[in-house]
Ligand binder design. Structure first.
Ligand code: ADP
Ligand code: MG
Length: 348
């Protein structure tokens, strides 16, 4: 669990420290008081990434050139230092790669931005899969890092090939091998999570997930060899993966139950419930794999969900550290407030 967090020149915080209990903590404050920024900092300690910055330097306070987030997780000291040049990760003061930094503070985040996962571009859906799997699986983290690096190198090679008309087969062989090995690990593990979701019962909203995978293999690369040179980028592999989520509709006149893609046919409300259900299954997946419950970060759920579903979520969050942001204390059921800790943020 997260005992405390210290922020320095991070977004709207110049220097602040917060302590957390093992149960429920409410972060209460008006709009722009820094609630989501604080959640972002916790998420950064968990994954080494932001869930909303396009570029990590956006997390540095305006006019500053170094941001620091430090957290105590049990007796482990986690720290991320961000400058314009780099992000540095430290565990107990020792510098680590991101693959070895992430995983110390498993977390599940539910934020208003999550709705985009269903309706927006495939990149966000791949990020979602990465966030889930990177939490539980070091081999997956290592594969993602190796794959991304090899992909950049191979794309640069394709560009050179395009310019010069000469194909350096030896170099292609080298990077192809790394891409195939790591890409297959990524595909396999993404598939396992999706199978887990499909096999699990869904109390909130029922759906089925389809994995639209882009398999990488020697044969597939060969098949796309010409097309790749003309496009200048690698056309197959998990960096082109996607998934869709479909709901079950009542039987049609032909008597067959039909499924419909929630992205296109779901109401806003159904899309929200899908994401909520998906997040709860993510929690179950992490618990199953790690044998412990992740910290639950709920950003602004009271403005996102109706009363019935808020109640459902609040019932489910027994038994793990939970941090909830809200603009108004009055939104929180009284009996919860009584046993919760509270952090009040002032408007900035
Ligand atoms: N890099 C940054 N430096 C300073 N302030 C920032 C930075 N990024 C965002 N902010 C400020 O943080 C505030 C938003 O904080 P946020 O945590 O999203 O508020 P909320 O409490 O509504 O969730 C805004 O006033 C925004 O201008
Ligand atoms: Mg917010």
């Amino acid at each position: 669990m997260l005992n405390s967090i210290f922020l320095q020149s991070f977004r709207s915080y110049s220097k602040s420290e917060f302590k957390f209990g093992s149960g429920l903590t409410f972060i209460v404050g008006p709009n722009t008081s820094g609630k989501t920024n604080l959640i972002e900092a916790i998420f950064l300690l968990s994954t080494g990434k932001s869930f909303r910055a396009e570029n990590y330097t956006q997390m540095i306070s305006f006019g500053k050139d170094l941001a620091r987030v430090k957290g105590m997780v049990g007796d482990i000291d986690l720290e991320v230092v961000i400058t314009n040049e780099q992000k540095k990760y430290l565990v107990n003061g020792v510098s680590k790669r991101r693959a070895d930094f992430a995983g110390h503070l498993p977390a599940v985040l539910f934020s208003p931005l999550d709705l985009d996962v269903i309706v927006d571009s495939p990149g966000l859906r791949r990020d979602f899969l990465d966030f889930v799997l990177e939490q539980v699986d070091r081999e997956y983290r290592l594969s993602v890092v190796a794959y991304s690096k090899a992909l950049r190198q191979r794309n640069a090679l394709l560009e050179t090939t395009q310019e010069t008309g000469v194909r350096n087969e030896k170099q292609f062989e080298y990077w192809d091998q790394i891409l195939i090995e790591n890409g297959q690990v990524i595909t396999q593990k993404r598939g396992e999570f999706i199978e887990f979701v499909n096999a699990s019962s869904k109390d909130i909203f029922d759906f089925v997930m389809f994995y639209d995978k882009s398999i990488i293999s020697t044969e597939r690369l060969l098949q796309y060899r010409e097309a790749e040179v003309s496009s200048g980028v690698t056309l197959v592999g998990p960096h082109r993966d996607d998934f869709s989520v479909s709901m079950f509709n009542p039987s049609t006149s032909s008597g067959q139950a039909a499924t419909h893609d929630i992205k296109f046919f779901g109401s806003r409300g159904q899309q929200r419930l899908t994401i909520l259900q998906l997040k709860l299954l993510q929690l179950a997946f992490i618990e199953k794999n790690l044998g412990e419950r992740p910290i639950l970060l709920l950003d602004d759920i009271f403005s996102e969900l109706d009363e019935e579903h808020i109640k459902l979520v609040l019932e489910l969050m027994q038994g793990q550290q939970t941090i909830i942001t809200t603009t108004h204390k009055e939104f929180v059921p009284k009996k919860l407030l009584d046993k919760a800790d509270m952090i009040e943020l002032k408007s900035k």
